[in-house]
Design a protein around this ligand. Structure first.
Ligand code: KG4
Ligand code: ZN
Length: 357
């Protein structure tokens, strides 16, 4: 069974092939260069670039997998949440491929995709599991009780962690995307040197808030620059980056560990672009070990947006008898707790195409 995965929800054009649960091809064409000079993703430009790149990216993934379209058994695609124009390019391509080849189409929630990056090569992750999804747009603490069964315990009330990383990096003049650059700078700094808030760290809620932390960083930066006649003290930016990263990671880990203990889960799962952060990976692994729980985090390349995770989530959905009609659309907001629109149970007709358009 070979599943072609397609991902175009933001600024990565990606295609992948999963063969019997093994990732045999994964191609990611980043648009970071295109958006860098604007300091963030420009939706219209993202859609156009997806349109130019998606065809060649799919061809390259099929070539890596040494497969033609005929050898593909299903097409899985991200249908939300994300930028509608960007999503539309992937969904339209997936619908055309599914229709032309007569194979099932599977619409995948992008957040479910991030979670399923953890299942590639680990199909037996135990349930219930506690999942922390941290990306450029999301910060969700989720109780996963089975395949496709999610209960959101908390989410961010303002900025997502990746967004906070990107905004702080921008204030420090580190460019876009800022997460990896800020992490590098933080390695040279002293996390305790600059006092910053730890928002909601000890409060009962499982919600997060990161905009106050971000604002505190920007204020410290302005104060330090104004206070010194010849600019900021040497090493100040690195200290600030280290303190910001430390506090953000601390809050994420503390809340995840508390939720895991309270809910009596059997594993902790980390997912999303910010899961590529080395400090977060290490601290979360240590917290899970203290609780005696197995800890899952995808390899770095599968943390940020990719199509392997979409193919995996699609494959599991297909195995559960789920598929999408060709009426599938692109959805800016898609709730993890609710079923993807246009989904039907067709377990009794595996592989038969839905011709409804
Ligand atoms: O999951 P993702 O690729 O896209 C979304 O679905 O949003 O996440 C991208 C986010 C960006 O904000 C980026 O700065 C952040 O993940 N990120 C990191 C690291 N690598 C990527 N943040 C902190 N440390 C990193 N190493
Ligand atoms: Zn993502």
């Amino acid at each position: 069974m070979r599943v072609l995965g397609i991902e175009t929800s933001c600024d990565e054009t990606a295609a992948a092939v999963l063969a019997d649960g093994r990732l045999v091809a994964s191609v990611v064409a980043s648009q970071a260069d295109l958006h860098a000079r604007f300091g963030g993703v420009v939706p219209e430009l993202a859609s156009r670039r997806h349109l130019e790149r998606l065809g060649p990216v799919i061809d390259e993934a099929l070539a890596q997998a040494a497969a033609g379209l005929r050898e593909i058994d299903a097409v899985a695609v991200t249908c939300g949440p994300g930028l509608v124009g960007a999503l539309t390019v992937g969904v339209a391509a997936a619908k055309a491929l599914a229709f032309a080849s007569g194979r099932p189409l599977i619409g995948v929630n992008h957040l479910e995709g991030h979670i399923y990056a953890n299942f590639i090569g680990h199909p037996d992750v135990p349930f219930p599991s506690l999942v922390l999804i941290v990306s450029g747009a999301h910060s969700d603490l989720v109780l996963m009780t089975g395949h496709g069964a999610y209960h959101v315990l908390g989410r961010t009330r303002d900025d997502a962690p990746g967004e906070a990383f990107d905004k702080v990096a921008r204030a420090l003049g580190l460019g876009y995307p800022g997460g990896p650059a800020l992490e590098r700078l933080a390695r040279e700094g002293r996390p305790g040197a600059v006092p910053l808030p730890r928002p909601f760290a000890t409060e009962a809620t499982f919600d997060f808030s990161f905009s106050g932390l971000k604002t505190a960083v920007v204020r410290s930066l302005a104060a330090a620059s104004a206070g010194a006649a010849d600019g900021r003290p040497a090493g100040f930016a690195a200290d600030l980056a280290a303190a910001f990263q430390e506090n953000l990671v601390e809050v994420l880990v503390a809340k995840t560990a508390r939720a895991a203990a309270e809910r009596g889960v059997r594993a902790i799962i980390l997912a999303g672009g910010v899961a590529a952060n080395a400090l977060l990976r290490a601290r979360m692994a240590a917290a899970a070990a203290r609780l005696g729980l197995p800890f899952y985090v995808p390899p770095m390349a599968l943390c940020t947006d990719n199509a392997g995770m979409i193919a995996e989530a699609g494959w599991v959905r297909l195995s559960r008898g789920l598929r999408s009609s060709l009426r599938l659309g692109a959805y800016a907001d898609l709730d993890l707790e609710r079923e993807v629109p246009e989904t039907s149970e067709a377990g009794d007709r595996p592989g038969s195409p839905d011709r409804a358009v």
